[in-house]
Design a protein around this ligand. Structure first.
Ligand SMILES: NC(=O)c1ccc[n+]([C@@H]2O[C@H](COP(=O)([O-])OP(=O)(O)OC[C@H]3O[C@@H](n4cnc5c(N)ncnc54)[C@H](O)[C@@H]3O)[C@@H](O)[C@H]2O)c1
Ligand SMILES: O=c1ccn([C@@H]2O[C@H](COP(=O)(O)OP(=O)(O)O[C@H]3O[C@H](CO)[C@@H](O)[C@H](O)[C@H]3O)[C@@H](O)[C@H]2O)c(=O)[nH]1
Length: 437
């Protein structure tokens, strides 16, 4: 089966490579000519474990192709996945410009029955808009080509994207025709061969499921961050509390880690977009709006702890360990590091930074800021007053505290992800500041 995937970002490229691995013939399409040129030359535009090898293998096998022109492959494919970005607009709503652009091209050029599947995260009601755009284009052409639209939200996590795509907990598919349903079932069968967990539903429910899932996960994080902030004030240890509640099967132990706030290209934008959809329908989602407010506040927690530790920050030097919004990615969209670094510099502090993979991205994103990058976590910490850990990369988890104590000027360690052993850090002569522990 031949399919096209439009948008060659985290979702599109991973989906394309994984479908190709299952033996399908995939064409990945992107309007970014530089990206496509790079991909055709074997350059992967993002850091995602395992992706480079997966792409190379499938390109070599002749199953994975890259182009800037959707119209070129459209006559040959049965399904088009739309995995373009849906960035937040100024009012928090999802900007559907790219999604509707794809629909327009689809409507202008299809010649036979094809299904347009939206994989991007889009607000409930988007499929109707997509369908209307396609119908409008077909009408302009004066022809009646059969087509279907479908919703197939993606649940992969960056850093574990291939594993998540290859063995998903479930696949959610919103359809309104039997023909599209059969096609989608065929497409996903190889991924779920021993336990078919494709949940078919109506399209609005599928669109809504994606936001509900992200909002629920974000809610757990903001909830735990508030519990941690209270633990700080009453001398309780949130790590004990986390274990205590996570062992209740009704609660479960995942996504209960307090820290310096959630970042990334999804939770912040999707929580805002859900709240916006609700308001558009005359309803205020109070829990969801509070989740976002708590997160905004939490992104400042490391800065506040540095203030507590160091007092006036003017002239103080701080090492930032970890810049990406989470480990195993170079993505810095909405990363807490951007907030902490901005506030430190505004307060007159000097910033040294180290991240195993996100430094090129950080240099690009914060090009105008006077950040000094280091080659190792130890180099970043030389002569500083405090170190602050923001991303729990594996290589940052077991520092040699004795060595650090000898080379640092000050004695403050702010653990924005609660990964260090407080007694061990204190035994080496440091003052330890965790999040609720
Ligand atoms: N990043 C994730 O982990 C993740 C996970 C699940 C869902 N999502 C959702 O999937 C969607 C894509 O996210 P992403 O992180 O992969 O985005 P991204 O920004 O990494 O990639 C989007 C790509 O689409 C391309 N594009 C835009 N308009 C186009 C057009 N008309 N034709 C061809 N290409 C076009 C851009 O050039 C870009 O390369 C979003 O809606 C996001 O919310 C993301
Ligand atoms: O207990 C936790 C778990 C996560 N985080 C933070 O939450 C953010 C998001 O992490 P994660 O969910 O692992 O990464 P994403 O790649 O953003 O994935 C989320 O967003 C994607 C895009 O919609 C969805 O597909 C995924 O299912 C959903 O987990 C990161 O800043 C994490 O540090 C916490 O603070 N505490």
């Amino acid at each position: 089966m031949k399919i096209a995937i439009v948008g060659t970002g985290y979702v599109g490229l991973v989906s394309g490579a994984c479908f190709a691995e299952m033996g399908l013939d995939i064409t990945c399409v992107d309007i970014d000519a530089e990206k496509i040129e790079g991909l055709n030359a074997g350059v992967i535009p993002i850091y995602e474990p395992g992706l480079e090898e997966l792409v190379r293998r499938n390109v070599e096998a002749g199953r994975l192709h890259f182009t800037t022109d959707l119209t070129e492959c459209l006559p040959h494919v049965e399904v088009v996945f739309s995995a373009v970005g849906t960035p937040p607009d100024e009012d928090g709503s999802a900007d559907l410009k790219y999604v509707l652009d794809v629909a327009r091209t689809f409507g202008r050029h299809i010649r036979k029955y094809t299904v347009l599947v939206t994989k991007s995260t889009v607000p409930v009601g988007t499929a109707q808009k997509v369908r209307a755009v396609i119908e409008e284009e077909l009408e302009k052409r004066g022809c009646k080509v059969p087509f279907d639209v479908a919703s197939n939200p993606e649940f992969l996590k960056e850093g574990a994207a291939i594993k998540d795509f290859m063995s998903p907990d479930r696949v959610v598919v919103g359809v309104d025709s039997e023909r599209a349903r059969k096609l989608m079932a065929k497409l996903y069968r190889p991924f779920l061969i021993s336990n078919f967990r494709v949940l078919f539903m109506d399209i609005p429910s599928a669109e809504m499921t994606k936001y509900a899932a992200n909002a629920m996960l974000a809610t757990r994080i903001s909830f735990m961050n508030e519990i941690a902030n209270l633990c700080d004030r009453v001398d309780a240890d949130v790590e004990m509390v986390r274990k205590g509640i996570g062992s209740d099967a009704r609660i479960g132990n995942k996504f209960l880690y307090p820290g310096c706030g959630y970042g990334g290209s999804c939770f912040p934008k999707d929580v805002k977009a859900l709240a916006h959809t609700a308001r558009e329908h005359g309803y205020t989602m109070q829990v969801i709006e509070a989740v976002e407010r708590v997160n905004e506040q939490q992104k400042g927690i490391v800065f506040e702890k540095l203030q507590t530790a160091l007092g006036d920050l003017r002239g103080k030097v701080v090492a930032i360990w970890g810049l990406a919004f989470k480990p195993e990615t170079d993505d810095m969209r909405e990363a807490p590091a951007t907030v902490v670094i901005g506030r430190l510099l505004d307060a007159g502090a000097e910033v040294r930074a180290y991240d195993p993979v996100a430094m090129p991205e950080s240099r690009r994103r914060m090009a105008d800021l006077p950040i000094r990058y280091a080659q190792t976590m130890y180099e970043a910490a030389e002569g500083v007053d405090a170190v602050a850990l923001l991303t729990e990369w594996k290589e940052l988890r077991m520092p040699d505290w004795t060595q650090l104590r000898a080379t640092m000027r000050g004695d403050a360690v702010v653990d924005g992800r609660n990964i260090f052993d407080k007694p061990e850090v204190e035994a080496a002569g440091f003052r330890y500041f965790g999040i609720g522990k």
